[in-house]
Design a protein around this ligand. Structure first.
Ligand code: FMN
Ligand code: SF4
Ligand code: FES
Length: 599
């Protein structure tokens, strides 16, 4: 039975999360989706469960006189059927079909969602909870106005905020009164800040004029050609020139570690997956959403063949017979490039094929178990572990999950030998790494350099120094989650295990550089708002903690005791890495920049 606090609680949360404003300000997924539905009573029949009128109870006992749930309009059902054609109706394709519906009709109308639920034999609630979870899906209830034809999404994550996103947002709202102008989190183009997405087209170094030109340009966006893969290393594996043991040894001796953030040794992960029963699967994590990170997009757009070859080699190494690539929705060019490269694979593909799936605007789906939930057509809620995805992953099978960059290095290591990789590195680092550098540097971009370089080296040697004669003040060594360090600590290697004693980590290698004049309290607040917005809402320390922290951090003087308490609960008691790492920038701001936060 429901108890009162459960129904009361979203009420409190909803005060914090203004609903209905899809991109401006924090609208946690629960505020936007499930909680909103619970709050409005949809999931308890519009009534408190303990307060159901007696007549209704009698009616239930007598049995239904009408079919259960919302009535499906025959016309809407026909439209859905025509749109889906002979495509399979399995649950795992739900997000793909929601995308198709939205592309065809401009939004997701309640009548189409009811028809889709009927067609896929799913409960209406399941379809709604998925559709409302993802930021890129626009649900519209009966009687509600559909969104305007044009949506402008203005990136408000840190690098874009530094480059003037707030002023740009205001000027776009005045310049395009007919459009829906909303904020959105990092679009993986931080080296070209500020960035706007007009429809499905990205405008780099955006100004109202550039945005208008992009909207008026009807020539069609041309996706740059990418070199096709040669797959020589894969062929050597498939024709027996190399054994699985040799390949695993080579990857191990190279010291290759996961570039998605955790830095787990790749060969060791292969061993865990291979220990599980067949069938096994490989899932490629191309959901790159950590603010400041854009290196995976670089590899997908410039070397899709190498990434796919790495995936095919890894799948062969663990005898996985199906590959699924989960690509974030913000990368439409990469989607086109990858689809073309997959189509060329022919007999090189494993028996179960190579499948491309797209996300729908949810950072949390980069967490591997949430990604698997999303591939299965569900909300991206991280799973409790154990069991790990290497044991019970996609469709309940042992699943190897790899980041795009990790896969990119695999064929290169096999071609040039483990020593080529292992003997590269600085300050004790091992291998090559792609760092995404943005913020106040003269030449932002992806820097493919020896692992273990320091932030000072990255700025001075590889990024043309500080921009506009600005003085170096601080940097994020690992995107939004990796903390913030002062320039005085810029000589620490950007490597796994080296930054942790300072309360930070290198994660996916996203380095955002801040200058004198930048307010570190404001930067940390920007990051905390991102976490509040992206929290899946599943566990209280993260859902409430991120939101409460953001409110407290908006004060001119921070309350150290309360914030430290909150940070400890979030770090210790959250289910997944999002909530556990969310306090890092907050703690660093208080530790290294007390004067910026009124302490
Ligand atoms: C909140 C959160 C977000 C994540 N986002 C990504 C991501 O966008 N891309 C990625 O490859 N890994 C991401 N990860 C790490 C993955 O869970 C996983 O460790 C990784 O994909 C494994 O591949 P690797 O061993 O090749 O790094 C994220 C982890 C967390 C906790
Ligand atoms: S820590 Fe945050 S994102 Fe992770 S499961 Fe909990 S609520 Fe969801
Ligand atoms: S694209 Fe705006 S911060 Fe990354």
């Amino acid at each position: 039975m429901l108890t009162r606090p459960i129904v009361k609680w979203p009420n409190r949360v909803l005060k914090l999360f203004p609903i209905g404003d899809q991109g401006s300000g924090p609208h946690a997924r629960y505020g936007h989706g499930v909680l909103r539905a619970v709050y409005r009573g949809e999931r308890v029949g519009g009534k408190d469960a303990w307060n159901v009128p007696e007549e209704t109870v009698k009616q239930r006992r007598r049995g239904r006189t009408q079919p259960r749930g919302r009535q499906v309009e025959p016309e809407a059902l026909a439209e859905v059927r025509t749109l889906l054609g002979p495509a399979p109706r399995e649950r795992e394709f739900l997000i793909e079909y929601l995308h198709r519906l939205q592309e065809r009709f401009g939004h997701l109308a309640a009548r189409h969602l009811a028809a889709l639920a009927e067609e896929m034999r799913l409960a209406m609630a399941e379809v709604w909870e998925v559709a409302t979870f993802y930021a890129h899906l626009d649900t519209v209830k009966e009687g509600e106005e559909p969104p305007p034809a044009l949506t402008l999404r203005v990136c408000d994550s840190l690098s874009c905020e530094l480059a003037g996103a707030p002023a740009l947002l205001d000027s776009l709202r005045s310049a395009f009164p007919e459009a829906r102008v909303v904020t959105a989190p990092c679009m993986g183009r931080c080296d070209c800040a500020p960035v706007v997405e007009a429809g499905h087209r990205h405008v780099d170094r955006a100004t109202p004029e550039r945005v208008r030109a992009a909207i008026l340009d009807k020539t069609g966006h041309r996706v740059p050609a990418a070199p096709a893969g040669g797959y020589a290393q894969l062929r050597a594996c498939l024709d027996g020139s190399r054994t699985r043991e040799e390949v695993a040894r080579e990857i191990e001796e190279a010291g290759l570690r996961g570039m998605g953030g955790a830095g787990f040794p790749s060969a060791r992960k292969w061993g865990f997956v291979r220990a599980g029963p067949k069938p096994r699967y490989l899932a490629v994590n191309a959901d790159e959403g950590e603010p400041g990170t854009f290196k995976d997009r670089h590899f997908l757009e410039t070397a899709p063949g190498a990434v796919l070859e790495g995936a095919l080699i890894a799948a062969w190494a663990v005898e996985a017979d199906m590959i699924t690539i989960y690509l974030r929705d913000e990368y439409p060019d990469a989607r086109e490039i990858l689809a073309a490269e997959i189509a060329r694979l022919g007999s090189l593909a494993p028996a179960g094929g190579v499948h491309l799936r797209r996300g729908a605007g949810a950072y949390i789906c980069g967490e591997e178990s949430a990604m698997i939930e999303s591939i299965e057509g569900k909300r991206g809620l991280p799973r409790h572990r154990p069991p790990y995805v290497a044991q019970l992953g996609l469709h309940g099978r042992p699943t190897l999950v790899h980041n795009v960059e990790t896969l990119y290095w695999m064929p290169a290591i096999l071609e040039r030998g483990a020593a080529w990789f292992a003997e590269t590195g600085r300050h004790g680092g091992q291998g090559w790494r792609a760092y995404s550098v943005s913020g106040r540097v003269r030449e932002p971009g992806v820097k493919i350099v020896p692992a273990g370089v320091t932030a000072r080296e990255l700025i001075e040697e590889f990024s043309g120094g500080m921009a506009d004669g600005r003085a170096f003040k601080a940097y994020l060594p690992g995107g939004a989650s990796g903390g913030i360090l002062p320039a005085s600590l810029a000589d620490i290697p950007l490597d796994f295990g080296k930054l942790e004693p300072h309360g930070c980590f290198t994660g996916s290698g996203a380095v955002v550089v801040l200058a004198e004049g930048d307010d570190i309290g404001a930067a940390a607040l920007n990051l905390m708002r991102f976490f509040a917005y992206e929290s899946c809402g599943q566990c209280t320390p993260c859902r409430v903690g991120t939101e409460k922290a953001a409110l407290l951090m908006a004060e001119p003087a921070w309350d150290r005791d309360v914030l430290e308490d909150l940070a400890a609960v979030m770090a210790d008691a959250s289910i997944c890495g999002l909530g556990q790492a969310a306090p890092n920038p907050l703690r660093c701001a208080m530790k290294y920049f007390p004067e910026d936060v009124g302490l």
